[in-house]
Write a protein that binds this ligand. Structure first.
Ligand code: MGP
Length: 204
């Protein structure tokens, strides 16, 4: 998949200049780190099944070209049924409170009022993540797009919930990335583990 996309790109570059593409132009563009797309379809839950039973690791990638193929072909939230999620997490980090990288973390959440808007905010977030646009990139675990009957939402999961300065910096940057001016809220996974109602710890 990666070589297919890279081939298309170098072909176009070759046509422009009228010359054969250089070796460098043929190389896929490697990202700073590997990322994994996940998928969770809870639209037909099995009775009594524990949370996470329908969560699936889908693809791990490390080049720009692979990312665009995966995004175009599969990972658009508008393709999801209700009660399903897409996740993009750093490779090696599972999108679960139980993962050691997430265990002491939390999430910034933004609701999406219009359908098309979720796709746009998701794509802008994905590009900012794989392009390492956040100053506190080490603090980030990944992002989740959730399609729900009530209201779709995006959640940016971070690592150290008690590090307020880091979370505020991430929250501010994320709002710029997704072009949101309304307040967004941060909750601790620890609180969510204890009670269902969302306890807002920070907002920005
Ligand atoms: P949620 O992430 O708070 O909201 O999870 P969601 O799925 O958007 O809820 P909805 O009501 O809008 O559909 C809801 C519930 O799923 C939690 O209260 C937990 O019971 C369970 N759950 C969610 N997550 C992310 C986890 C997790 O990481 N680990 C475990 N064990 N349970 C989870």
């Amino acid at each position: 998949m990666a070589s297919e996309a890279a081939g298309m790109e170098s072909g176009a570059a070759g046509m422009e200049s009228g010359a054969a593409p250089t070796e460098a132009a043929k190389q896929p563009h490697r990202l700073e780190r590997k990322w994994t797309f996940w998928f969770d379809n809870q639209s037909k839950p099995k009775q009594g099944a524990a949370w996470g039973t329908s969560l699936r690791k889908a693809y791990t990638f490390e080049t720009v070209e692979e990312f665009w193929c995966l995004y175009d072909q599969i990972f658009k939230p508008s393709k999801l049924p209700a009660n399903a999620d897409f996740h993009l997490f750093k490779a090696g980090v599972e999108p679960k409170w139980e993962d050691p990288e997430c265990a002491n973390g939390g999430k910034w959440t933004v609701a999406s009022s219009r359908k098309g808007n979720l796709d746009t905010m998701w794509l802008e977030t994905l590009m900012a993540l794989i392009g390492e646009q956040f100053d506190e990139a080490d603090e980030i675990c990944g992002v989740v797009a959730s399609v729900r009957q009530r209201q779709d939402k995006l959640a940016l999961w971070t690592k150290t919930a008690t590090n307020e300065a880091a979370q505020m910096s991430i929250g501010r940057k994320w709002k710029e990335v997704i072009d949101v001016t309304d307040k967004i809220t941060y909750s601790f996974h620890d609180d969510s583990r204890r009670e269902r109602s969302v306890k807002v710890r920070y907002n920005v």
